[in-house]
Design a binder for this molecule. Sequence first.
Ligand SMILES: Nc1nc2c(c(=O)[nH]1)N[C@H]1C(S)=C(S)[C@@H](COP(=O)(O)O)O[C@H]1N2
Ligand SMILES: [Mo]
Length: 437
Amino acid sequence: MTDGKKQASLSRRAALKKGLLASGSVGASIATGSLLSSSAQAASHATQSQPEKLITEVQDWNKYLGDGVDARPYGRPSQFEGDAVRRSVAWLTADPKSSVNFTPLHKLDGIITPSGLCFERHHGGIAEISPDDHRFMINGLVDNPLVFTMQDLARFPRENRVYFLECAANSGMEWRGAQLNGCQFTHGMVHNVMYTGVRLSHLLKEAGLKSNAKWLLPEGADPSHMTRSIPMEKALDDCLIATHMNGEALRPEQGYPMRLVVPGWEGNMWVKWLRRIEVGDKPWHQREETSKYTDLLEDGLARRFTWEMEVKSVVTSPSPQAPVNHGRGQLVITGLAWSGLGKIKRVDVSIDGGRNWTTARLDEPSFSKSVHRFYLDINWDGKEMFLQSRAIDELGHVQPTKNQLRAARGLNSIYHNNGIQTWHVRNDGSVENVEIS
Ligand SMILES: Nc1nc2c(c(=O)[nH]1)N[C@H]1C(S)=C(S)[C@@H](COP(=O)(O)O)O[C@H]1N2
Ligand SMILES: [Mo]
């Protein structure tokens, strides 16, 4: 963060603190059960904003024949959805080949991230590997070192699971204060897809684990040779070797032809373009688990092996890139919640910066270690709101405030920021990333 930016965000926060105190009761009344009273208002608003001729006149798409079935052998989104794209932050990294882009969470609904919108994080560009040329090896403390082709892998029993993948650095730029204006940038290093894959435990059993086999070192076939130490209990519990996402083959960006799935644990461990797993008796302490993906505390010590992604949520709409543009009245507040420890049990939403909370409607489906969708349908009085969401997982973990996180871990951290996000919704419907304390 540049000094200028820091100043701006600090003074913005100071101003907001004052604003909150001055305005007394902030925001809107929560609709209690019945939305019928406000739906008439919503409907009349829709008529006003659409010219009558859209009803009375015959439109082009009504008159002229459209594309035939030969035009789109692989379908693509509507030309009017050009805003739903992955975006990057220019100052964040020096080179796009070792960089990150962000999922446009504000444009999505439901829980599944479309494959083409899953954020990408790579350290050495996208490896383009022909499945015919791909080999996957298990070696080290095993009875039979094995090499698998893709065809070999296809002969093992497989299963389907929906999991989120979150980079440990997601929201990392927000540690010291509100900075990036949009949930795409503050929270977009997460995606949630259905994987088809083979249980890693099947393959390890095939190779035969020696009695001192306690750790695994998965390795990527890309130029970064991504490697991370994974304890055996996790590998035998729920790790998958995935070949498909959302029903089709993995995208090259996501590790085609195969990637490791490490449910609930930080994204860095989900090695893409997986070419080898070495079995050992202790962790390796590779670069990505020493100089990176450790959490530097106030006293200069660092937390190591912070694998689990803890309970977190964010309101995706309204949000800075998804302002309220229909005025007061009926308003759908929605967002995502997830926990690397299990299912989400409850999400609370506040429109007054965390003073009062209302339990949101948690939508189906609900899978363990998957993103959940929540909604809160309110009747907005048109006054400014300080929107927050707070998730609670099935183990009872409550998403902390950013100040609670800072009190526990200091200001040096980047990784594992699961603090509560605040959006300032102004009375004109525009939205800004802020912090209140
Ligand atoms: N082989 C390899 N695997 C990798 C990486 C990489 O650069 N190379 N990046 C890791 C990081 S830091 C993250 S957050 C996730 C990102 O997965 P995605 O690109 O599917 O979003 O992949 C992980 N696996
Ligand atoms: Mo990451």
